[in-house]
Write a protein that binds this ligand. Sequence first.
Ligand SMILES: [Zn+2]
Length: 97
Amino acid sequence: MYKHIDISFPKNLLQRIILKYMKASNYAGYASFWKTAYYRNSYYLSNPKVVKHETKHLEDIDRDGIIKYAIMYSYYQIKYGRHDNPYEVAARKAEDA
Ligand SMILES: [Zn+2]
């Protein structure tokens, strides 16, 4: 249902932009609004915790819809910060599920 892609060697402009964003933000993975999670390299893609974390974000996006997710994620980032953002707390919990 979801795609998981290693973009250490980006195949197109979109992947190049996402990879740059992940490196600048120091993210191992990035859950997109189009049912695809991207990973900085094969190490992260082969790490079940990282994949579970990004899958949880993809499920949240499906459940809440893109607009609500984008608004609430941003709102929570401002209100609670990245570590305590409820979406991130739930994703970290999913890593050990
Ligand atoms: Zn996350």
